[in-house]
Design a protein around this ligand. Structure first.
Ligand code: DC
Length: 229
């Protein structure tokens, strides 16, 4: 039987991966994997269970037994729960991002979450959003996108989002956080943030998300991946 197709969308935070991946999954009617959410929930679960992010053995146990569920609300928003309790808001804070990036650098944690991520590969197809989707989790994916943008541009996008939500943030602080997170994600020994050799690299610094999406759809069409729609 033919393998269920996967489109991987990797890249640093704030490059627009989430938006492009959601649009792709909706347009194709495919499943969606937000792998960052699994790392974010692991970090959050540690806070809930009183486990320090630096205690690698204990964090790995949390990841192995992670009781996480994803449900789609009537609004279309994806809700994430740990042990049945909604943690969608907590995992999206700056602290949630730091926790995710810290626990994601532990090789045994990545190993513990590998099989769980692969379970998302179900017919008719999967759009997988993350850092190592094309290099490690789904190396056989027929279409791999690596979406990037300058750190300054990503910080400005995040700044606008947070200001619109009424949060009081500093652009300089956000830029520092993004640079620190990039450094941690790119320099870790296991599954660092690098494009797969066969990935199509798209820089969205000066390109709208609509144009990025149109570019990705060209590749989808070229491969006949939207044939059934
Ligand atoms: O995509 P995100 O911002 O929600 O990811 C949060 C953190 O999780 C990010 O800093 C790095 C880590 N991550 C990872 O190491 N591998 C993935 N496939 C996805 C996320």
């Amino acid at each position: 039987m033919a393998e269920v197709p996967v489109i991987t969308v990797d890249g640093p935070s704030g490059a627009g991966k989430g938006t492009v991946s959601h649009l792709l999954a909706d347009t194709l009617g495919w499943h969606f994997l937000d792998s960052g959410a699994l790392y974010r929930v692991t970090g959050q679960a540690c806070l809930i269970e009183g486990v320090s992010w630096d205690d690698h053995a204990a964090v790995t146990e949390v990841a192995r037994h992670l009781e996480v569920s994803f449900t789609t609300a009537a609004s279309g928003e994806i809700l994430v729960a740990y042990k049945g309790v909604d943690v969608s808001r907590e995992i999206r804070t700056e602290e949630g991002g730091r926790g995710a990036s810290t626990v994601a650098a532990i090789p045994a944690v990545r190993e513990a979450l590998l099989a769980r991520q692969r379970e998302f590969r179900r017919a008719p197809g999967l759009v997988a959003d993350g850092r190592d989707m094309g290099t490690v989790v789904f190396p056989s994916a027929p279409l791999k996108i690596f979406l990037t943008a300058s750190a300054q541009e990503r910080a400005e996008r995040r700044y606008k989002q947070l200001i619109a939500k009424g949060e009081n943030v500093s652009l300089a602080r956000l830029l520092e956080d993004i640079q620190e997170r990039d450094e941690r994600d790119s320099s870790r020994e296991v599954s660092p943030l690098v494009p797969a050799e066969d990935a199509i690299v798209i820089d969205s610094t000066a390109t709208s998300i609509e144009d990025v999406f149109a570019r990705v759809m060209q590749e989808v069409t070229k491969r006949g991946m939207n044939a059934s729609r």
